[in-house]
Design a protein around this ligand. Structure first.
Ligand SMILES: C[S@@+](CC[C@H](N)C(=O)[O-])C[C@H]1O[C@@H](n2cnc3c(N)ncnc32)[C@H](O)[C@@H]1O
Length: 223
């Protein structure tokens, strides 16, 4: 997969491409990342990409043309990061992990000239709060997607992840067997894999019903 990040702040992405799973995905040729500074597409001598808001209002708005020109250098789906978009989910991550090329457009300041919305494919939000820029949201999406690209991590590693099967993950334990009087459940220590599976499924259901019943109701993933 190829991921393009269209941004005014390319340095945000340096640690993202040089650490952990993204780094490994790039090394394994499963992922190619291109960071596109849309200031380079400004059509004026001061490389200005933002301007005042028509009709009045606080702050500066990103102009449509430099972003449009930057997007023209890419292929595939164009995704605008915005608090006004549809909330991001694991189901959306799975869907986007099948694409060959994706472009994420990160806003800043007061956001985008409205006409950008006619030139993109999807508008996605990472939650009901407002961040300074779309760089972190674009990396949130990219991280969730890249780990689902076949061959990036072992499939078993995310098979039981929260949301993967419309359920939260089950409790997990490692050494020691006892800590501050808290014991690892006996069922996990006896090597009976059928019983362990049963217990895990039961715990997934219990926890999801208790803290996120909406995930089960939404059922946006195969069980
Ligand atoms: C300060 S915000 C602008 C918010 C805009 N005035 C609004 O209320 O929709 C600047 C940029 O940060 C990004 N951003 C902020 N919050 C976000 C969120 N929850 N999800 C995705 N992107 C977000 C978007 O790219 C946005 O254009």
């Amino acid at each position: 997969m190829k991921i393009n990040f269209i941004t005014l702040f390319p340095n945000y992405y340096k640690p993202f491409v040089s650490e952990s799973i993204t780094k490994r995905a790039i090394e394994k040729n499963k992922l190619e990342v291109k960071i596109i500074d849309f200031r380079k597409f400004a059509d004026n001598k001061h490389n200005k990409v933002d301007d005042i808001v028509y009709g009045g209002g606080q702050g500066m708005l990103l102009m449509v043309e430099p972003i449009d020109k930057a997007m023209e250098t890419t292929k595939g789906k164009r995704i605008l990061l915005s608090p006004q978009g549809k909330p991001f989910t694991q189901a959306k991550a799975k869907e986007l992990a099948k694409e060959k090329e994706l472009t994420f457009i990160a806003g800043h300041y007061e956001g985008f000239d409205e006409r950008i919305r006619k030139l993109i494919d999807e508008e996605i939000s990472i939650g009901d709060y407002v961040l300074t820029g779309g760089e972190l949201p674009s990396m949130v999406l990219a991280d969730a997607i890249v780990r689902l690209i076949p061959g990036v991590i072992k499939e078993e590693s995310h098979a039981n992840d929260s949301f993967q099967n419309a359920l939260l993950d089950h409790p997990q334990y490692t050494r020691p067997r006892e800590y501050k009087n808290m014991k690892v459940p006996e069922v996990l220590l006896n090597g009976n894999h059928a019983k362990i599976e049963e217990w895990r499924k039961q715990k997934q259901l219990e926890k999801t019903k208790k803290v996120r019943p909406d995930i089960i109701e939404r059922g946006d993933d195969e069980k």
